[in-house]
Design a protein around this ligand. Sequence first.
Ligand code: GDP
Ligand code: MG
Length: 457
Amino acid sequence: LGRKLNAALSSLNRAPVIDDKVLDALLKEVCAALLESDVNVKLVSQLRQKVKAKVKATFESAGDKVKETNRKNVVQKAIFDELVHLVDPGVEPYKPRKGHPNVIMAVGLQGNGKTTTCTKLAVHYQKRGFKSCIVCADTFRAGAFDQTRQSATKAKVAYFGSYTETDPVAIAAQGVAKFKKEKFEVIIVDTSGRHKQESELFEEMVQIGKAVKPDMTVLILDASIGQAAEAQSRAFKETADFGAIIVTKMDGHAKGGGAISAVAATQTPIIFLGTGEHLTDLDRFSPQPFISKLLGLGDMQGLMEHMQDLAIQNPDRQKEMAKKLEEGKLSIRDWREQIQNVMNLGPISKIASMIPGLPQDMLSGSDEEGAARMKRMIYITDSMTSAELDSDGSLFMDFAKDGKPTQLTWRVTRVARGSGTSVREVEELLCQYRMMANMAKQAGGKNGWMQTMQKMQ
Ligand code: GDP
Ligand code: MG
């Protein structure tokens, strides 16, 4: 979906003038891309009409004064806003509070990823300082408790369940009561997903809900179910009235459009996306960054989320880094530290896709290749002197006004030899550093890293 939308929008840049014909053609492409990824037909036609009306109104009110570039921006913004609107019901989801037993109940059909997501959630909150645990109230599926036990043990999260008790309501009530007494702060209740009859499942869900009184009920929705997502989410909304959605399996060939339709149908916000089978494959969801990433505009906020993990570990150092970055004072030494941090954060492909303007070839290929490339970058910087590391790269080369390097100095050759790499590799690294530094400076200001870092504290 992202690639198609991106292509449609870049065709906009090639059009010499923006008239009705160009707009219609563009909207046709955008709508086709949305339909193809399973967004509900009605939603798509609404979007088309809204964008058209918005663009027309803006053009008309400004008369002939709108320049072509501005016209393009108007169109782009209208599409962006309407797409954001699709995934943003404007409802604030529940936020767990510290020092309080926050009960979260997961519901959804079997196989949608409930048990996996429960563990991911527990890990997520545990990392953020909440004492977290899981209650397995699935007595329907054979081996359900074993699955919880295994993944919770792996995640080092407390769990509760039973091999002998067959009443899910009793287990849920016991588990939640026990963990409340033990002062757990996030108590996640995993439920069963399928019964012989659907009405039985819903009845069970209602009973568990009555027994544990969840602060938040989350619908776990598989991204790959496509158009069925809408009906499924409506059915669950009527009986379980969930307050948040987590869409799983976004890493597969899923066409996320079904999930988008589910949000619109139930007016419930998505809070996380599941992006893989590992415990850390859970991304916080927010509408604007999601759409801007979809359109190929980068995801600064997602990157911030990862930076937040670091900030928790070392808040002062990260604040200092953010300040330096914004002021354009980040040295090669600081940059190296950031690269090492990124290497510790997890799969590089994920981080890379969040950084706007990063050349695709820099981190393309597998995560192993990306990691190997990063390691080489560290080797190269290891061969630099202290003065070189503390510099902004200008010791190594002269830069033309446009930021391109002109004259390399002997230092480049020395570092290449010392690190067992090539002059070209060292030059590339320096250019990447330079690009990053410029980009960060531009990203500074209103939505800068500093502000974001402070908001996180
Ligand atoms: P449940 O029946 O709803 O509890 O679903 P499970 O948690 O048992 O998950 C069903 C299958 O989906 C398992 O094989 C999981 O590993 C897989 N799964 C869950 N979430 C994700 C995800 O985000 N991405 C991928 N690729 N697989 C997932
Ligand atoms: Mg399960």
